[in-house]
Design a protein around this ligand. Structure first.
Ligand code: F6R
Length: 257
């Protein structure tokens, strides 16, 4: 099969963002329930940012209205700013609590997020622990991803190679600029973050990359049709059998599906 065929088979385009987000939430729900019927936990890799907000909203609705239980759900978040206090309004700890964890019945001990206050001298060990925990649980069943306008996944900025694991990384100018409004000024945006690596992400059994809106159309076109390169980390994903790109029509506008 040619690369192009693989690519086209793994793209799912929806007319608008709500439908795309609902489809992603539905896949996650079905996977949670499948594992429940087997009496097993499910390991979810989770993202923050604007893109997954509607997915989390849907999952919360499914919990409240359809009885979807999160008791068997174990989560590992992709990333966290560094340094960053978990109690900070813009921390990814706070984001996840607000949008998902505080609204469902997930067990607090099942939540894992890189810690923005890990001590510098312990960072390497803590990052290795994070990887070890994922592996000991049997790996990530479903990894939810967004995509940065520079092609980053997690905070794997351009230059991140396919063998990278959880680590501290310098944030790219585009990433910091995109966060500037939330932080009320570029000078307030952290310069670094802890992120799962490309290898960590690629080891997931299923990967759902969600991209919404026309501001993602150029990078989606590049990641799906350009060179596979560390300069566009998301480009590594498209040759994987377990990837699914879930797009709304605006994000997909430059690709022919
Ligand atoms: C967030 C993350 C990032 C975002 C990306 C897109 O945990 O890992 O890769 O997915 O920066 O951000 P939004 O969704 O805000 O456009």
């Amino acid at each position: 099969m040619s690369e192009k065929n693989i690519l086209i088979n793994n793209i799912n385009v929806f007319a608008e963002e709500t439908a795309a987000s609902k489809a992603v939430a539905m896949q996650i729900k079905q996977a949670i329930e499948e594992k429940q019927s087997l009496g097993q936990p499910i390991i979810l890799g989770l993202a923050t940012g604007n893109t997954p907000k509607l997915v989390y909203h849907e999952l919360v609705n499914m919990h409240k209205n359809e009885g979807l239980s999160f008791e068997n759900v174990i989560t590992f978040n992709l990333d966290e700013y560094y340094p960053m206090a978990p109690s900070h309004q813009l921390s990814y700890h706070n984001f996840m609590n607000m949008h998902l964890f505080s609204q469902v019945n997930i067990l607090p001990e099942n939540i894992h997020i890189p810690h923005g206050q890990w001590k510098a001298e312990e960072l390497i060990e803590k990052c290795e622990d994070y990887e070890r925990k994922i592996q000991e649980l049997g790996g990530i069943d479903i990894q939810l991803l967004g995509i940065g306008r520079n092609g980053h996944i997690g905070f794997n900025e351009p230059g991140s190679t396919s063998d990278t694991r959880t680590r501290l990384i310098d944030l790219h100018e585009i990433t910091r600029n995109d966060a500037a409004a939330d932080f009320e000024g570029l000078h307030n945006v952290p310069y670094q973050a802890i992120t799962m690596g490309i290898q960590t992400i690629m080891s997931a059994k299923k990967i759902l990359l969600l991209a919404l809106g026309d501001r993602k159309s150029v990078i989606i076109h590049k990641a799906l049709t350009g060179e596979i390169t560390a300069n566009v980390p998301a480009s590594y994903l498209r040759i994987l059998p377990q990837i699914e790109f879930v797009l709304d029509a605006e994000a997909a506008v430059l690709i022919n599906t």
